[in-house]
Write a protein that binds this ligand. Structure first.
Ligand SMILES: [Zn+2]
Length: 117
């Protein structure tokens, strides 16, 4: 898994393409994809703060990122539709993994080469 809670990601496809937000939750579900008609029912989904807002009972007003009125909430986005934003170079990037000498796993930005978090 290359994306974790607290990461900032950019949406790379769909109607929210280009939006950025913080990952609030990573969800692994076998059924979620099937229920929502996605091609990959085993996919991992993420909740991204302020992105892919669905509104119940009330029309969206003004800035969709505002947290007022808890009728609006974020719907999960398939992980293949988001890319990690590197905190060092601020670009949507792929990440590489490597192990440190003491066995911890590190993520590294493939664009600027910096270690992530
Ligand atoms: Zn970078």
């Amino acid at each position: 898994m290359h994306i974790k809670t607290g990461d900032t990601v950019e949406i790379i496809s769909g109607e929210n393409k280009g939006d950025r937000g913080e990952v609030q939750r990573v969800m692994r579900s076998r059924l979620a994809g099937r229920q929502q008609g996605q091609p990959n029912p085993d996919g991992v989904r993420v909740i991204v703060a302020g992105v892919n807002i669905i509104t119940k009972h009330q029309r969206r007003t003004g800035n969709v990122r505002t947290q007022t009125g808890r009728i609006e909430r974020e719907a999960p986005i398939h992980i293949s539709n988001v890319m990690l934003i590197c905190p060092s170079c601020n670009k949507a990037t792929r990440v590489g993994h490597e192990l440190t000498a003491d066995g911890r796993k590190l993520r590294r930005c493939k664009k600027c080469g910096k270690t992530i978090e």
